[in-house]
Design a protein around this ligand. Sequence first.
Ligand code: AGP
Length: 621
Amino acid sequence: MCGIVGYIGTDDAARILVDGLRRLEYRGYDSAGVAVLGEQGLQVVRCEGKLVGLEKSLAETPVSGSMGIGHTRWATHGRPTEQNAHPHRFEGVAVVHNGIIENHLQLKSSLQAAGHRFESETDTEIFAHLIAAELSAEPGSPGGDGADGTDALTEAVRRALVHVRGTYAIAVLHEKDPSEIVVAKNASPLILGRGEGAWFVASDVPALLPYTRDIIFLEEEEIATVRADGARIARISGEPVERAPTRIDWSPVMAEKDGHKHFMHKEIHEQPRAIADTLRGRVSVETGDVHLEEVAIGEKEAAEISRVVIVACGTSWHAALVGKLAIERLARLPVEVDLASEFRYREPVIDENVLVMAISQSGETADTLAAMREAQRLGAKVLGIVNVVGSAIAREAEHVLYTHAGPEIGVASTKCFTTQLAALTLLAIRLGRLRGTLSDAVARSHLECLLKVPGYIEEILGNERMLRDTAISVSAAADFLFLGRGFNFPIALEGALKLKEISYIHAEGYAAGEMKHGPIALIDEGLPVVIVATKHSAYEKVVANMEEVRARGGRVIAVASQGDDQIGLLADDIIWLPDAGELVDPMLTVVPLQLLAYHVADYNGTDVDQPRNLAKSVTVE
Ligand code: AGP
């Protein structure tokens, strides 16, 4: 939810911290701050609102030094004010934090009873006080090498963490110790980066791409002492950990806007490339086989699966709904789809024969992680479908299928959704082949369709100008309805979610057949109703629903298959799509809905990449 960066080296820390925060701003953007340690001691600059405010404050009050920590916040405890912005400091200790300290009220009262005074409403400030208290109880020697327990700051952080219950990624510095930053992690993401004569800390890989691609992913309950010439990692309980950096193949340009007005626009346009990357090396059209090396499920294991349960949130949950239809159809396995936030509270019936899939772009979503851990506790094996390499779900799942979409920065998920669909289709074909429910001929024809998807999406993107005109013509509407059936029902849900999250316009997604059971009452003159009516998924019935909308004066925007003359008579606006086959249809039908949402939001002037109240990676429950 929040973004953390840290730097220790020889360059201007403030510049590097702000640059890193800019790349992490998608994680939270209601306030920001940096703490830099230099010749003038510990300097903290914080600001309410977006990062540009912090940049302005830093221009007015420059700070100097070659080590520091920075933070961009998504408020959980305390309003988004400067006072609540991180870093928090106390007696020369500065802390940034991502996560939630569950026992903060308790800790706060004991500290208050001992004379501590707090300046913010946050749970994070507790860390600064706890660490400072530990430092004054056992001052140690600043800058010690830690081998003999003389590393005062690391030991103080370690002792402070013993009191804390909850989730955290923290970075800490102490003004008396200009040689190190101490970081620790429990359930919130944190990575270290090895540079040339410098080390970096961040919540996520894109922050570090311009500086290094040699990354160490910290595991739960680890603490690290980070210096300019190296990083020492240990368990919080004390045992040392040896871990070499992993080389990340994302390039810095992948995390830039590259000439597009918004990341979301760039990411919509990256979908042909992203889907091609998801498929690359995994498909054999000649034999009708799919090769998923990271998924160690063979014929025996596939035969033993009694049921599939998919857990996910938001857009990833919509991908799961499409995945259910594909797996049921091709592998003849019953599939349940659960909202991850509901799953573990409903006493799910899970055993070792249930294959649980956890779908997550970030691989860090707290609800999805918790659901997957609950499934593992009940004996199931988990297959993670994840974009971010080395993320928590990828590390903890028994099998991982990476979507290879590249970094997605826009808060509204686009290319990650379509690559999840591509990955799920591969998986459905693979399971069907393993279970003998899918002949090689049928598998081959599905794979042929799948391989054509990138080209078809290019075609759709070529019609963006027309879609933009349609978007502008409905941009003043207060409500929208999205309808679809079968494989396109989840796409109706996704179209509505995209529109509401970035334009703040109320939108509902419905299974078209359900319209007569309630939502039809909403239809009046001019209500934009977006109907996905390609030549699949109960086409005739969807056309009948379209007639019903027309009869009540609704404005029909249809997503239809090229050459469908019937639709021409019923819709006010039509977005024509190539006819690609039912199984892959959702990867195409969602693209115009993404563009519609994008252009409505852009025309209305909302903040497309960082919509209000949202964050890219939801690491709190
Ligand atoms: C998508 O546009 C949303 N911002 C959100 O619903 C997102 O899909 C959800 O939070 C799940 O994230 P994940 O895929 O990283 O787990």
